[in-house]
Design a protein around this ligand. Structure first.
Ligand SMILES: Nc1nc2c(c(=O)[nH]1)N[C@H]1C(S)=C(S)[C@@H](COP(=O)(O)OP(=O)(O)OC[C@H]3O[C@@H](n4cnc5c(=O)[nH]c(N)nc54)[C@H](O)[C@@H]3O)O[C@H]1N2
Ligand SMILES: Nc1nc2c(c(=O)[nH]1)N[C@H]1C(S)=C(S)[C@@H](COP(=O)(O)OP(=O)(O)OC[C@H]3O[C@@H](n4cnc5c(=O)[nH]c(N)nc54)[C@H](O)[C@@H]3O)O[C@H]1N2
Ligand SMILES: [Mo]
Length: 762
């Protein structure tokens, strides 16, 4: 690539496949760094085994043969990061003030180790100091009880929480009196949760792992499984070996979508073999997917008409469309309105390239369409999700074997948390059942999502923030606003395993409550407990930790929630201790409130668990009129285009991070080592800006600046840039969201490039 010959520190093209020896080396290093030679390293062998714990990494399902040993490089990093021997104890907090810790990197904060006891911020000394659990609950409870209105509190959930913890949490919060449930899902697959129910009656994927064995074509749009769902590469490899075309639509060339060498297949590794994945790789412009999808459908429409005119077989499944859908005429009208030059310009792809995608789609009898954050985190995220549903519905590719839609969920239980009631817009039938079962009166008014929560805090309308996991302030857009909002709060409670930036945003009362991780054994009154999670494909299964907890002062998430509940809503008619003493009782309550969980306690003890009902999987469309819907929003065409001198920045994950958790500073497949201060750009865009590979630049979005980044010529579509999250979050204003789902547009940030004066000598 032009310009990339100039050497840049820590940057060298990566030539190997995804996985392979590099993955094995990285696992060995993670084990060594975090656990030494300890027996805790054994933890790795238990991940996703029928009797072990669910990997706290991604939500990709386990293979049907759950006995086969499955772990991946990044799952190993997630587990070793949690099972680490390092601890941040009382001495650590005595040695470091909060102001000092604030200057540590996100990587350094978490790497310091596991939290081992409850802490309270002492403003007089600027230190966190140990406190007893009861005092922690009393202090938090006192602030919560003292609020004028329960809606002045925000209750965040990160998607690692188990079904049991999440259910108990929403019960506590509704008994307390609010639906303010900002959730990591609001930053992630909200466009799926909002868009798909309107299209197909359910906000979840319709496929199972088995369907991948029967698909004739697989589309991977806007996701990077080599890093974020590595176990998916095994599935893609099998498909590729069967000759199934895999079509990738992504602005960046991601090695994990091109070539894979299974680190668990030593023979293949010794032979130096690897399996090619993508048959065709289309470098769409960042944010160009709606135009691309419309182009594919427009091409199919033209062929369908031509075939019909010639008396040949139709391209669309007209019988399915007539029997199962509504809105087809409006879709056709919208497609007829589209002009090819505009579609080409917006997608960054030629009509010929788009026609070639339509070829593969039309030739395949059964198609699975997979997608991730490259689709959802945009100003038109919901629309993009619905265009994918449109494309599938045109050929009846939903609700039959080998076909369907496959949103790749993020956190390992983000889907389950939603299922068991974490939502700011609860449905009435659910609230009615919850109230009847527990004898409470849940609030009916809708609550705040993530962006609304920050806005309320910033405006002084919300005064308390409680987090069940996660690192909310670092994950959110607009840290300028978000951090300031936190510092005005009366209460900041963080239930977490490791120290992070949100813990350090001290309020009048700031409390850190350390919890057990998923790898650790959880013993309550009735004995050792198991928890349950739901994966991306609606499979619910059990998880049992077995490691000795890093500290005997840790409590489980359910136990901590119960402690907070008793302190904040002492009059609630709920026997919290009984529920926490035996999680079977929590599951019995989940079953009482959600009929889909019938026989929960028995079914969860069957190997492999069970699948929740997904109506669309069997063409039972749970929409108001019982039909699947083609949906169009003609307005996209009128949206202001990006200015001529602007590029569109997507914020992405490196190979060495889990969201805001930075395991290390490498991004192996993208050829970056030991640094994160880089921006990926197209070589022609660099030239057009008079810049060269390795130059120092500032990214400028209005009055927001990310200064002193090294710009790299990289295989990325023209007009597009990519930089790492969370560093680049400072470029995104809180108000920039997908209007339909409220998802921050983390992947469509208009920016200008300017030559940097930061750190440039002379
Ligand atoms: N190891 C590891 N695993 C993880 C996570 C992690 O951070 N680390 N995070 C977890 C979570 S919470 C989530 S949500 C998932 C995230 O998993 P992914 O969805 O894979 O997340 P990202 O890395 O944000 O972005 C994915 C891809 O989107 C592409 N992209 C950017 N803009 C566009 C666009 O406009 N159009 C298209 N078509 N593509 C675009 C990027 O080039 C990138 O390859 O992974 C989960 N698993
Ligand atoms: N710019 C930009 N911003 C983004 C994104 C992006 O692509 N670009 N992606 C968004 C997405 S998809 C998501 S999901 C969010 C993620 O947002 P969050 O879910 O809030 O963030 P994480 O980084 O996953 O949270 C890490 C913290 O979780 C805590 N933790 C780890 N394990 C446990 C546990 O078992 N229990 C408890 N209680 N705590 C635990 C640790 O203390 C750790 O510091 O970020 C969003 N932000
Ligand atoms: Mo996510």
């Amino acid at each position: 690539m032009a310009g990339s010959d100039k050497p840049v520190d820590g940057v060298a093209p990566y030539g190997g496949p995804a996985g392979g020896w590099g993955a094995l080396r990285a696992v060995a290093l993670a084990v060594k760094n975090e656990m030494g030679a300890s027996a805790r390293a054994r933890a790795l062998l238990e991940v996703n085994q029928p009797e072990g714990f669910d990997c706290p990494g991604c939500a990709w399902p386990d293979p049907k043969h759950t006995s086969s040993f499955e772990f991946c490089e990044n799952g190993a990093k997630a587990v070793t990061w949690e099972a680490t021997e390092k601890r941040v104890d009382a001495d650590f907090f005595a040695a470091h003030t909060v102001s000092e810790l604030w200057d540590w990197s996100d990587h350094a904060l978490e790497q310091a180790g596991r939290l081992v006891q409850p802490l309270r911020y002492d403003a007089a000394t600027d230190h966190f100091v140990p406190i007893a659990w009861d005092e922690a609950f009393d202090r938090a409870g006192a602030v919560l009880r003292g609020l004028e209105d329960p809606n002045e509190a925000e209750f965040y959930t990160s998607g690692r929480a188990s079904n049991e913890a999440a259910f108990l949490y929403q019960l506590f919060v509704r008994a307390f009196g609010t639906n303010n449930f900002p959730d990591c899902s609001n930053m992630c697959h909200e466009a799926t949760s909002v868009g798909l129910p309107q299209s197909i009656g359910v906000g979840k994927g319709t496929v199972t792992l088995d369907d991948f064995d029967h698909a004739d074509a697989i589309f991977c749009i806007g996701h990077n499984p080599g890093t974020n769902h590595p176990r998916m590469l095994g599935t893609l490899r099998e498909a590729s070996r069967r000759g199934v075309p895999i079509i990738v639509i992504n602005p960046m060339r991601e090695r994990g979508l091109e070539r894979f060498q299974d680190p668990q297949a030593p023979l293949q590794m010794l032979r130096n073999g690897s399996t090619p994945l993508a048959l065709a790789y289309h470098l769409v412009k960042v944010g160009g997917d709606v135009a691309l999808l419309k182009g594919v459908m427009k091409a199919l429409l033209a062929r369908d008409r031509a075939q019909q005119a010639a008396g040949g077989p139709a391209v669309f499944d007209h019988a399915f469309i007539a029997a199962h859908t509504a809105g087809f005429p409006e879709l056709v009208e919208d497609l007829d309105r589209q002009a090819w030059p505009a579609l080409e310009q917006r997608s960054g792809l030629s009509q010929a390239a788009i026609e070639s995608i339509a070829d593969v789609y039309a030739r395949a009898d059964r198609v699975i369409l997979c997608y991730g954050m490259g689709i959802t985190q945009h100003r038109h995220g919901t629309e993009a999700v619905q265009q994918m549903a449109n494309l599938l519905l045109l050929r009846g590719n939903i609700g039959r074997e080998g076909a369907g839609i496959c949103p790749l969920r993020g956190h390992s239980n983000v889907q389950g948390d939603r299922t068991v009631g974490i939502t700011e817009i609860p449905a009435e039938p659910f609230l009615a059942r919850l109230d009847a079962h527990f004898g409470i009166t849940s609030p009916r008014a809708h609550g705040h999502n993530a962006v609304e929560a920050v806005a309320a805090m910033h405006a002084g309308r919300a005064k308390a923030f409680i987090a069940l996991g996660g690192n909310f302030a670092a994950a959110m857009s607009d840290p300028q606003t978000t951090f300031a909002a936190f510092r005005e709060l009366d209460l900041n409670v963080q239930i977490c395993t490791k120290l992070n930036r949100t813990c350090l945003l001290t309020a009048r009362e700031s409390i850190i409550l350390p919890c057990l991780g998923r790898t650790e054994s959880d013993v309550q009154a009735a004995g050792a407990q198991l928890i349950t999670v739901e994966d991306s494909m609606s499979m619910v299964h059990a998880s049992r930790g077995f490691l000795k907890p890093v500290s005997d002062q840790l409590r489980s998430e359910p136990a901590i929630i119960a402690g907070l509940a008793k302190a904040a809503v002492p009059a609630a008619p709920i026997d919290w201790d009984a529920l926490v003493g035996d999680y079977d009782r929590i599951r019995a309550a989940i079953e009482a409130v959600f009929p889909d969980f019938a026989d929960f306690n028995a079914r969860i003890r069957v190997k492999g668990g069970f699948r929740l009902r997904v109506g669309a999987s069997t063409r039972a469309w749970d929409t108001p009129d019982g039909k699947a819907h083609f949906l169009v929003y003609p307005s996209t065409q009128e949206d202001p285009d990006i200015a001529d001198d602007q590029l569109t920045l997507a914020t992405i994950r490196s190979h060495d991070q889990y969201n805001t958790t930075i395991y290390g500073l490498n991004d192996r497949y993208r050829g970056v080592t030991g640094r994160r201060d880089v921006v990926f750009a197209n070589a022609e865009d660099l030239a057009a800006h008079g810049l060269a590979h390795g130059d120092q630049v500032d990214l400028v979005a209005g009055d927001r600046v990310l200064a002193g980044q090294t710009i790299l010529a990289h295989p990325i579509s023209r007009g597009s840039l990519a930089a790492y999250y969370p560093e680049a979050n400072c470029l995104l204003p809180l108000a920039d969201v997908d209007g339909r789902s409220g998802t921050p547009s983390y992947k469509s940030i208009p920016v200008r490039l300017r030559r940097s004066t930061v750190g440039v000598a002379g």
